[in-house]
Design a binder for this molecule. Structure first.
Ligand SMILES: [Zn+2]
Length: 117
C-alpha cells in the first residue's frame, strides 16, 4: 500500500485555512436555502441546501422512510409495496376463472380416465 504517498499528496489545510477564518464568516458567504418536505404520514422535514445545489423533488422521510415532497397538501404516494401473495393469488393473476374451470375439467377427465370411468 502506498500510504505515504497518499498522505503527502493531500493538501487539505493549506488552501482551506485562508478563506475560512471562522465558521460564522463562512456561513454568510455560502448562500443556503431551506426546503421543506412532507411525507404521506404528515411528517415534516426541513433540509438546507446550498443555493447552487440541485434540490431533489423528493426526500426520504427520516422518520418513516416514505418519500416526502415539497407540497404539503399533496405528498408523494407511498411506493407500492407488493403485499405477500399466496400461490393461489399468483395463479389467479395468470389464469381467469374460465381457464381454471377448463383446467379443472381437464384434470378431472384425466383422473377419471385413469380410474377407467
Ligand atoms: Zn414520514
Amino acid at each position: 500500500m502506498a500510504t505515504g504517498n497518499a498522505i503527502r499528496g493531500t493538501r487539505v489545510g493549506s488552501s482551506a485555512v485562508r478563506w475560512a477564518e471562522s465558521p460564522a464568516d463562512r456561513a454568510e458567504t455560502i448562500a443556503r436555502r431551506k426546503v421543506e418536505y412532507w411525507c404521506a404520514n404528515g411528517h415534516h422535514t426541513e433540509h438546507t441546501f446550498a443555493a447552487e445545489a440541485a434540490v431533489p423533488a423528493t426526500w426520504d422521510c427520516p422518520r418513516c422512510g416514505l418519500p416526502a415532497g415539497m407540497d404539503e397538501a399533496n405528498p408523494p404516494a407511498p411506493p407500492h409495496t407488493e403485499p405477500y401473495k399466496t400461490h393461489l393469488a399468483y395463479v389467479k393473476e395468470r389464469r381467469s376463472a374460465e381457464d381454471g374451470a377448463a383446467i379443472l375439467a381437464e384434470a378431472l377427465q384425466r383422473v377419471r380416465a385413469r380410474r377407467g370411468e
